[in-house]
Design a protein around this ligand. Structure first.
Ligand code: CP
Ligand code: NVA
Length: 308
């Protein structure tokens, strides 16, 4: 059985904590710098990651590629449209072929069923680089950023503002596994998937769903948002109007705990879900968060390939 990383639960809470610690150690060994050298131990020397993209990406693409290079391996980036997938070759046959050639596969796709099918037919680890349902690699980087900034995960008070989307689902999952409180303020009709909420509550996370942005933000140590219109969504005027009251601005941040941190997975739609004043302000940790995609990805890759 290969170690697939389709969700945080595939690794489990203890291993997610170990991933964060390993990322902190590796980052420290590089003197905190994400650039300029490979990791001395080269644990993935000779290993190759294939990355399939059915949607746009900047951070996921570059951070996985950088992670593989720093770990001594390399990657192959495949735009789905220019592969035979784009001409109708099945996911199952693609999985069978790539499994004979590479050591691991990362895919960014739309329908989550596609990554499940890929994982089913692949003999090598499959990693979720975002689907319409979830984005677990992003959350490894987010948790790393939170811990690095001095917050403990158990008992943490977090607020999510905006759309109950794929990124929010993985954050809900994290709240269950790492035992923190997540208050999500979303408009009616934009609630996160009920299954994620139920599972996180059962795992020991406190999940509150509200339509009141101030209720979510009050006393929060970490405030998180994401685009109001995810890739593949329609958007439109009514959609934007519904989300407008959930903007993260200075007024909203004033409700959060003193020293609260702001996170956004990026790309940001400035002055929609977050104002310039907040994303460029002293509470924002979004550039650390973006850099941490490299450090987090390394832990995910090491775990998937049995080195962690
Ligand atoms: N946050 C994130 O996944 O960014 P990209 O879409 O640029 O990969
Ligand atoms: N929710 C966003 C995240 C982008 C990284 C999307 O799916 O487009």
């Amino acid at each position: 059985m290969s170690r697939d990383f389709l969700s945080l639960a595939d690794a489990g809470g203890d291993m997610v904590a170990a991933m964060i610690n390993d990322a902190i150690d590796r980052k420290a060994a590089r003197q905190g710098c994400a650039k300029g050298k490979a990791d001395a131990d080269a644990p993935l020397a000779g290993h190759v990651l294939a990355m399939i993209f059915e949607k746009n990406s900047t951070r996921t693409r570059v951070s996985f590629d950088m992670a593989m290079r720093q770990l001594g391996g390399s990657s192959i980036i495949m735009e789905a449209g220019s592969t035979q997938i784009g001409r109708g070759e099945s996911i199952a046959d693609t999985a069978r072929v790539l499994s004979r050639m590479v050591d691991a596969i990362m895919i960014r796709t739309d329908d989550h069923a596609k990554i499940e099918e890929l994982a089913h037919y692949a003999d090598v680890p499959v990693i979720n680089g975002l689907t319409d349902l979830s984005h677990p690699c992003q959350i490894v980087a987010d948790l790393l950023t939170i811990v690095e900034h001095g917050f403990a995960l158990p008992g943490l008070q977090m607020a999510w503002l905006g759309d109950g989307n794929n990124v929010s689902h993985s954050m809900i999952e994290a709240a269950g596994l790492m035992k923190f409180t997540l208050r999500l303020a979303v408009p009616e009709g934009y609630e996160p998937d009920a299954g994620f909420v139920e599972r996180a509550r059962a795992a020991g996370g406190e999940i509150v769903i509200t339509h009141d942005p101030l209720e979510a933000a009050r006393g929060a140590q970490v405030v998180v948002t994401d685009t109001w219109v995810s890739m593949g969504q329609e958007g439109g005027e009514a959609h934007i109007k519904a989300l407008e009251p959930y903007q993260v601005n200075e007024g909203l941040m004033a409700q959060a705990a003193e020293g609260a941190m702001f996170l956004h997975c990026l790309p940001a739609h400035r002055n929609e879900e977050v104002t310039d004043a907040v994303i460029d302000g002293p509470q924002s940790a979004v550039w650390d968060e973006a850099e941490n995609r490299i450090h987090g990805q390394k832990s995910v890759l090491l775990w998937a390939l049995g080195k962690l």
